[in-house]
Design a protein around this ligand. Structure first.
Ligand code: HEM
Length: 465
């Protein structure tokens, strides 16, 4: 069988341990099929290294014209000033519609607006504080699990964090008063996301319809299973009424459009709850796993974060009242979200002709914001590949539109506050109790399919601190 020569890649050399792991970006242009193949394994492979020096890079994949935007002013125009002209891309829509098509993640225009208004109170600061005890419990349980392994065997922090954040999101979405197949929903969801994501990448870069998309049928089966379980949970809740502490399902069941009084249909409810499960679970787990990797990578940072966590918490797990005093732990999270943004790519379709930075935009063009590249842009950041939580102490000189882990504008992540609170609560609780070191020879590889994951896991040794 003939072998294709892989194009040369950039990236930190393996003998230069001063920088944390980074994706290897291609330095030479790739042919169409070659980019499809590379993107299927890791979508970051479609960001050419030289894009990190440019305000915008335009190209064409088959008939589809695309632009990668990395200029904060132009990004502001797409996400905020001209948001009506830049709806979520057709590829994103076509992939997500079968799964969560009636949800606010996918909807546009009035259909999106009323759902966003209806769901917003559930994610307001007061409500996030009210839901924080669930995060504290999950942090405590994760610390107990890690405590069992401490000093004995290495732990995969990725698996631990996926477990912890699933407990949180399942509890606040479906704190079931009654039997609900949470584990079943979780397993079907993960299987679906895993299969659908690989299909997704092909569509995202405009692959022709004749390219095989293995996994599509299996993904459809997982999807039907998951939707069925969620429909059953909603029907049960309608019969039984809300619990003492309202969870997200109660809040959405009771939500009304303040202008029209409209309520959510069962399909809208189901798709939004599934969205919260998908969007709120893996992304936060990845943030925590990468943050733990970085703390093991830089023991000085870890020591400082631990000193802060121990001073604030003693031997308690963190709660809502502690978060304001865990400023350095939060800076570690913010820097982890810069180096490894779980949503590494935002994608829109232009609805009107326009000009963005130096690029001429035509109606129908795909406009992407490669968040991973933006966060490491050579002209926007000092020491772009270095792990420096101190850059978040004073944000002077950091433009709002050069740091977009949660997007921005009206479509900014509705769960951002919730996710940051959860990440600070869990990370502070763990750092106060353990000292983490990396396992020699096991470095995670940043690979993005739908989200940016540490392939190979984040293997750490934990010792009681
Ligand atoms: C660290 C964790 C998280 C990250 C990095 C993240 C990232 C993002 C990003 C980048 C977007 C914008 C996508 C775009 O503009 O194309 C988004 C939207 C969204 N996220 Fe998150 N997210 C996180 C946690 C959560 C949580 C905890 C929830 C809910 C429980 C959530 C629910 C949503 C929803 C519903 C949207 C769509 C909002 C709209 O279009 O109005 N996310 N998220």
């Amino acid at each position: 069988m003939a072998h294709t020569m892989l194009p040369p890649m950039t990236g930190p050399r393996s003998d230069a341990p001063a920088l944390p792991v980074a994706a290897r970006l291609p330095v030479q242009p790739m042919g169409v099929l070659e980019s499809y193949r590379a993107a299927r394994e890791n979508i970051l492979a479609v960001i050419p290294a030289r894009a990190l020096d440019l305000p915008v890079l335009s190209g064409r994949t088959g008939p589809q014209r695309w632009h990668m935007l990395m200029e904060p002013g132009a990004i502001r125009r797409v996400l905020l000033e001209r948001v009506e002209d830049y709806p979520k891309s057709e590829a994103t829509q076509s992939i997500l519609r079968p799964a969560i098509g009636e949800s606010l993640f996918v909807a546009e225009g009035d259909h999106w607006r009323w759902q966003r208004r209806a769901a917003a109170p559930a994610f307001a600061a007061r409500n996030v504080d009210a839901l924080t005890p669930v995060m504290t419990r999950a942090a405590e349980a994760a610390a107990e699990r890690i405590g069992l392994a401490a000093g004995r065997r290495a732990v995969n922090a990725l698996d631990e964090m996926v477990g912890a954040t699933f407990d949180v999101i399942a509890d606040v979405t479906l704190s079931e008063h009654g039997a609900i197949d949470r584990v079943g929903i979780g397993a079907a969801l993960e299987a679906y996301v895993d299969r659908a994501a690989r299909v997704t990448v092909l569509d995202m870069i405009g692959a022709p319809g004749w390219l095989p998309r293995p996994g599509r049928q299996a993904a459809a089966r997982d999807l039907a299973r998951m939707q069925g379980a969620m429909d059953a949970a909603i029907a049960r809740r309608r019969r039984m009424g809300p619990g003492d502490v309202p969870d997200l399902m109660d809040l959405l069941l009771g939500a009304r459009d303040p202008e029209t009084g409209r309520e959510m249909t069962d399909a809208e409810l189901r798709d939004n709850l599934l969205t919260f499960l998908v969007a709120g679970h893996e992304t936060t787990a990845l943030t925590l796993a990468w943050a733990l990797y970085l703390c093991a990578f830089d023991q000085g940072v870890q020591r400082r974060a631990r000193d802060e966590a121990q001073a604030v918490l003693g031997d308690r797990a963190a709660g809502a009242g502690d978060v304001a005093r865990l400023g350095y732990v939060r800076q570690v999270i913010e820097e982890a979200l810069r180096l490894y943004p779980p949503g590494g790519f935002l994608s829109r379709t232009a609805r009107a002709d326009d000009r963005l930075a130096s690029a001429v935009i035509r109606r129908g063009d795909t406009v992407t914001i490669p968040v991973y590249g933006l966060h490491r842009h050579r002209r926007l950041w000092e020491e772009p590949d270095a792990f420096r939580p101190d850059r978040w102490a004073a944000r002077d000189g950091i433009d709002r539109y050069q740091y977009l882990p949660f997007g921005d504008g009206p479509r900014i992540c509705i769960g951002a506050r919730f996710a940051l609170q959860e990440a600070v609560v869990i990370l502070a609780t763990l750092l106060a109790r353990f000292r983490f070191t990396s396992v020699p020879g096991r470095r995670p590889d940043p690979v993005m399919i739908l989200t940016l994951r540490p392939e190979g896991g984040v293997w750490l040794e934990a010792e009681a601190a």
